[in-house]
Ligand binder design. Structure first.
Ligand SMILES: *[C@@H]1O[C@H](CO)[C@@H](O)[C@H](O)[C@H]1NC(C)=O
Ligand SMILES: *[C@@H]1O[C@H](CO)[C@@H](O)[C@H](O)[C@H]1NC(C)=O
Ligand SMILES: *[C@@H]1O[C@H](CO)[C@@H](O)[C@H](O)[C@H]1NC(C)=O
Ligand SMILES: *[C@@H]1O[C@H](CO)[C@@H](O)[C@H](O)[C@H]1NC(C)=O
Ligand SMILES: *[C@@H]1O[C@H](CO)[C@@H](O)[C@H](O)[C@H]1NC(C)=O
Ligand SMILES: *[C@@H]1O[C@H](CO)[C@@H](O)[C@H](O)[C@H]1NC(C)=O
Length: 415
């Protein structure tokens, strides 16, 4: 009896592991109802050596914004033509929209080249941020084996807003493709968050991730308070990054050790409208301190958004108990030529778990089966994510089908 059962057992083991490995790449989906947008980031690993401008054009974003998002010094000569090394991990700033009730970015197009396949575009060029099925669906490609060279394909990319907050604090969400070596603990540590928080945001039942899953990782950030009519209303900048504003005239980042957004003139040779604060001789970014008997009189000339081609400034005065020291910011790095040590594939740290008691009192998300077309949830309920599972390749489905047929054949013959 045992001998007869074993082949089936092994077949099912193979079947189960094939299903686990291929069919359960999860990605976090945030339902949405309003068509407001937010800043978000894609975690992208270069598939080959690429110029800064080439990376930017893959995503149709501004090369200077890509550099600043990664705290790379833009004052290097000819920095847009700098060649970045293969396998470098970059944060790509994108605008997250609401399309068909789901948060995603659909402003990226890719022009097909000879020898491209949907699989190579998805897995290699876009580093697993999209699946070949998603590209096929978004472009109504009937026969993916016939791809005309020069076809412009929409590349739907994952993103999340979650109202720009995480646990009521400002946050920007990074769409992160899980690698073979990753653990949830390692990801949490790398992005200074917790396992619990990652599980809550991504509606995970267990602290397990698999290669190819796409997680929304909250990055602590500082937010602006620009008036609603400013074109950059709602600007929010993750800690450690810089953002470009006001048509390349202004750059903003978080001051280290605080959640204050600090903006100053950007060091780019572009012509800009006046950056002087009204009724003062202070320029945008200037801070003056004056010790008085009552305390420290601090005056700042703050950036207050970009409207009608005008840089809005705001003079603010405050009395503080002590004079603040000089503002400090994340250091700007030279454009990398080699992989930084901490960005290379490192052995996975052992998982650590910060207590099951605190998990998901009210998960924001729910699990959704793949390929269900339109989103069945109720977007009117506000921010709440969900998980979708999608097979990574149709080849694996073929393989699974083959295995199922094989095991049923075996059952037929053994009975
Ligand atoms: C989306 O925004 C546009 C203006 O940008 C507006 O005209 C349109 O009605 C909005 N649609 C929804 C569904 O809110
Ligand atoms: C969204 O965030 C704002 C602050 O940025 C807060 O006032 C508002 O209540 C939040 N909305 C939801 C639905 O969480
Ligand atoms: C911002 O990042 C710096 C390191 O770059 C870190 O020391 C600081 O604690 C971070 N601040 C927040 C609010 O996460
Ligand atoms: C004010 O800001 C401008 C531009 O960044 C700078 O050149 C100048 O030195 C600053 N002045 C003071 C008093 O900080
Ligand atoms: C921008 O310009 C338009 C017309 O030029 C004007 O109607 C509008 O009030 C201006 N907005 C702001 C915020 O100044
Ligand atoms: C700070 O000093 C300026 C003059 O230098 C004065 O006009 C202003 O009232 C002071 N502000 C506070 C909050 O004391």
């Amino acid at each position: 009896m045992r001998a007869r059962e074993e082949p089936i057992f092994y077949l099912f083991l193979i079947l189960a592991s094939t299903l686990l490995l291929t069919a359960t790449a999860k990605s976090t989906i945030e339902p949405c109802s309003s068509n407001d947008t937010c800043n978000s980031l894609l975690g992208y690993t270069l598939y080959t050596d690429l110029k800064v401008s080439e990376v930017a054009s893959l995503f149709q974003v501004d090369p200077i914004s890509v550099l600043l998002a990664n705290a790379i010094d833009i004052s290097y000569p000819d920095v847009e033509n700098h060649i970045l090394p293969s396998k470098l991990f970059l944060k790509i700033p994108i605008t997250c929209s609401c399309v068909d009730g789901i948060r995603k970015s659909v402003s990226t197009h890719y022009k097909t080249r000879p020898s491209d396949t949907l699989g190579s575009i998805a897995d290699s060029v876009y580093g697993g941020l999209v699946s070949s099925e998603q590209i096929q669906e978004a472009n109504s490609v009937n026969d993916p084996s016939i791809l005309d060279v020069g076809t412009s394909l929409v590349i739907p990319l994952p993103c999340a807003c979650f109202n720009g907050t995480d646990n009521s604090l400002p946050a920007v969400y990074l769409s992160y493709v899980v690698r073979e070596v990753d653990t949830l603990a390692g990801i949490a540590r790398r992005y200074t968050t917790t396992i619990t928080d990652l599980m809550n945001v991504n509606a995970m039942g267990a602290p397990d991730v698999s290669s190819g899953d796409i997680l929304a990782v909250p990055l602590s950030a500082c937010s602006s308070k620009f008036p609603r009519y400013a074109s950059d209303f709602g600007l929010i900048v993750p800690n450690g990054s810089y953002a470009l504003a006001a048509g390349h005239c202004v750059q903003c980042s978080c001051a280290l050790g605080s959640r204050n957004l600090y903006c100053e003139p950007a060091s780019l040779a572009v012509s800009c409208s006046s950056m002087q604060c009204r009724n003062s001789n202070l320029m945008l970014g200037n801070i003056t301190v004056q010790q008085s008997s009552a305390g420290c009189n601090v005056t700042t000339c703050d950036y207050n958004g970009f409207a009608n081609g005008t840089i809005l400034t705001m003079l603010s005065r405050s009395l503080q108990p002590r004079c603040p020291g000089p503002q400090q910011f994340a250091p700007l790095l030279a454009p990398p030529d080699t992989l930084p040590k901490d960005l290379m594939y490192a052995p996975a740290p052992s998982p650590e778990f910060d207590g099951p008691g605190s998990i998901a009192a009210s998960p924001r998300s729910s699990v959704l089966p793949s390929g269900s077309g339109s989103f069945p949830g109720n977007p009117a309920n506000g921010p709440a994510g969900s998980i979708s599972t999608a097979a990574t390749s149709s080849v694996s489905y073929f393989f699974i089908t083959l295995l199922i047929s094989l095991s049923s054949l075996y059952l037929v013959f053994s009975s």
